[in-house]
Design a protein around this ligand. Structure first.
Ligand code: ATP
Length: 253
């Protein structure tokens, strides 16, 4: 079943066609890579999906529902999860505490008054959600460490965990390997595979690291100058001359 449907979406910034009639599908449980050289329109499409940019033309539906006019926070509640390119964690808080805050926010239970009366202590069921997520991410042993003592790779997993607590149906990942070394990127690829196999979460991955992309996705969608230049399985797409010229040519320079 198609979960996300992007149909002939166009975005203009002044005189620039950032996206021209882009169509893309992600099925339930599927993992799709969105790649292309700098300025291809990946972030613009990502922002259209999140609701922070309104397409000038076209339609985006999620589980059959037209997303036009649906604000970003509602999209999250519908099952569209996302991570940020930059890690945004709070120094002094542990990995588990980050996930507990996310879990409480998901349940809509956060209350300043409760916290002031010290009734905001985490309940066993909240701790169970946090710890189950940390285990899925393979960072359970760091649960109590303050996040500033974690490596960038581990911090990025905590950030991913915050998104996973919301049990997204589709996870939008924006350059998750940015700043990670080869070992950390490999660990991330394994975590993404576990998330898919254990939770059936669909993934749309914007990523420059083609090695991670190959490991993590079923299909690739390639943009260049705001247009789709190729779409299909990784192997087939990466053999296409237009992709080699546009994407690999730029990446290799
Ligand atoms: P990168 O890999 O470098 O992040 P990208 O594929 O994400 O690139 P976008 O950031 O979506 O590409 O940019 C697509 C085009 O739209 C580029 O020409 C960019 O300069 C332009 N653009 C993006 N955002 C804006 C904006 N807010 N105002 C004007 N032009 C913009």
């Amino acid at each position: 079943m198609t979960m996300l449907e992007v149909r002939t979406v166009a975005v203009r910034f002044g005189g620039i066609n950032a996206l021209s009639d882009v169509s893309l599908d992600v099925a339930a449980g599927e993992s799709v890579g969105l790649v292309g050289p700098n300025g291809a329109g990946k972030t613009t499409l990502f922002n259209c999906l999140l609701g922070s940019i309104k397409p000038s033309r076209g339609k985006i539906t999620f589980e059959g529902r037209d997303l036009a006019g649906v604000p970003t926070f509602r999209r999250a509640r519908l099952g569209l999860g996302r991570t940020f390119q930059r890690v945004e964690l709070f120094a002094g808080m542990s990995a588990r505490e980050h996930l507990l805050v996310a879990e409480r926010s998901r349940r809509g239970d956060g209350s300043l008054l409760k916290d002031m009366l010290n009734r905001g202590k985490p309940r066993p069921d909240e701790i169970a959600v946090a710890d189950e997520t940390l285990a899925l991410l393979g960072i359970g042993e760091y649960a109590e460490q303050p996040v500033e003592s974690l490596t960038l790779g581990q911090s990025r997993l905590v950030e991913l965990g915050r998104a996973l607590v919301y049990m997204p149906k589709l996870l939008l990942l924006d350059e998750p390997s940015s700043g990670l070394d080869v070992v950390e990127t490999l660990a991330l690829a394994k975590v993404l595979a576990s998330v898919r196999s254990e939770r059936g979460t669909a993934i749309l991955l914007v990523e420059h690291d083609l090695d991670l992309v190959r490991r993590a996705v079923d299909r690739l969608h390639v943009l260049d100058f705001g247009r789709t230049i190729a779409a299909g399985t990784c192997d087939a797409v990466l053999r296409e001359q237009a992709v080699i010229t546009a994407y690999l040519g730029v990446a290799a320079s």
